[in-house]
Design a protein around this ligand. Structure first.
Ligand code: ACO
Length: 336
């Protein structure tokens, strides 16, 4: 029988420092009205300088382990766009700090689709018998890669981390992930990019002046990304609904990547899911990239929206371009 990956724990963490739209409008040519009406975002959390992604990941990971009722896992997967270092991966250090020495640990780089990719990777490891319990963490410190002079990106992203524990179980159990749909289109890789800092353009090649070079900051072409996000999330969600045998109107909660409330509503409309069934927490945390879906799940669970037995559809889209979806029936869990 296929070993399914079953949701057994959930925990999140956001840094305490809140940056409001008004805070940003004091340093950038923008306004609370523009940001709210174009994105739905009212505020985001930015970690204090000196904080790394691994620090947020440890907090969320510890809470997810506690929520699962056991500190015992044999694999840690960290999805992030903002790793602690170009080398090594962030996951081994996080595993060590959580007291999980000697477990397998690696990172996944799929930008805003990272958490969905990481859950698929963990589910594959469980199905193959490589792991019995996996800690999957999405964690980001976008504040470290945002260009403070770029109003088109600085107003959108926030820092945070979210984690789940997946355990081996039966596909018919509540909490079992009901398949995975993943995809990419690398011909559009330049739409979301940090140009320098990798092997294509080493930092040394652009760091002639004392100022931080613009090429080391995050860049995004918002308009085409918006269009592709809607198209790909709709098609990917439809593939998962088909696999799960769910009609769109039977979905209790659509938990999409929290990029822009207009994207979430457009996807819900095209799928035939009522907008009221869309989980939205981006108003309070912004776009937290790989941390977005677990933060939205935790927010919905703690607000009492998600209740055991609910049908939950998750779909993400991000740089790469990448996209992915999965679904589950919400289990009995106490979130951390
Ligand atoms: N404040 C005020 N004005 C602004 C701001 C700002 N912060 N940013 C842009 N503008 C201006 C522009 O300069 C432009 O002015 P112009 O008409 O004079 O040229 C105008 O507002 C409209 O700009 P657009 O970019 O066309 O605005 P749009 O409605 O497309 O919204 C946004 C921009 C919010 C970025 C949107 O395109 C979007 O959400 N895109 C998708 C992002 C996304 O989904 N990302 C997912 C993946 S992210 C990842 O993987 C890391």
């Amino acid at each position: 029988m296929i070993r399914a990956a079953v949701l057994a724990g959930l925990g999140t963490y956001v840094p305490s420092r809140v940056i409001t739209n008004d805070d940003l409008s004091r340093i950038l040519d923008t306004s609370d009205e523009w940001i709210r009406s174009r994105t739905g975002i009212a505020q985001r959390h930015w970690a204090p300088p000196g904080t790394a992604t691994g620090d947020l990941a440890v907090e969320a990971g510890g809470r997810a382990l506690k929520s699962s009722g056991s500190g015992d896992v044999d694999l840690v997967v960290v999805a992030t766009t903002t790793p602690d270092h170009p080398c090594p991966a962030t996951a081994p250090g996080v595993a060590h700090r959580l007291g999980l020495n000697a477990v397998a640990a690696y990172d996944i780089a799929a930008v805003c689709s990272g958490f969905v990719y990481a859950m698929a990777s963990a589910a594959g490891a469980i199905a193959a018998g490589i792991a019995d319990r996996v800690l999957v963490i999405g964690a980001e410190t976008y504040s470290t890669i945002l260009n403070p002079e770029d109003r088109t990106t600085s107003v959108i992203f926030g820092d945070g981390a979210g984690a789940v524990v997946l355990r081996a179980g039966d596909p018919s159990e509540p909490g079992a992930l009901l398949g995975h749909d993943l995809g990419s289109d690398g011909s559009l890789k330049d739409l979301i990019i940090v140009p320098a800092g990798g092997s294509r353009q080493p930092v040394a090649a652009v760091a002639a002046s004392g100022d931080r070079p613009a090429e080391t900051y995050f860049q995004m072409e918002g308009k085409p990304v918006f269009r592709h996000a809607v198209t790909r999330m709709v098609a990917s969600s439809e593939a998962i609904l088909h696999r799960a045998g769910w009609a769109p109107e039977s979905v209790d909660w659509f938990v999409g990547h929290q990029a822009n409330v207009r994207i979430l509503h457009a996807v819900a409309d095209q799928l035939g899911i009522d907008r009221d069934r869309t989980v939205v927490n981006l108003d309070r945390v912004g776009n937290t990239s790989a941390a977005s879906i677990p933060l939205a799940l935790d927010d919905a669970a703690s607000r009492g929206l998600l209740t055991p037995g609910d049908r939950v559809l998750m779909s993400a889209f991000g740089g790469g371009l990448t996209w992915g979806s999965t679904a589950l029936v919400w289990p009995e869990i106490v979130t951390g």
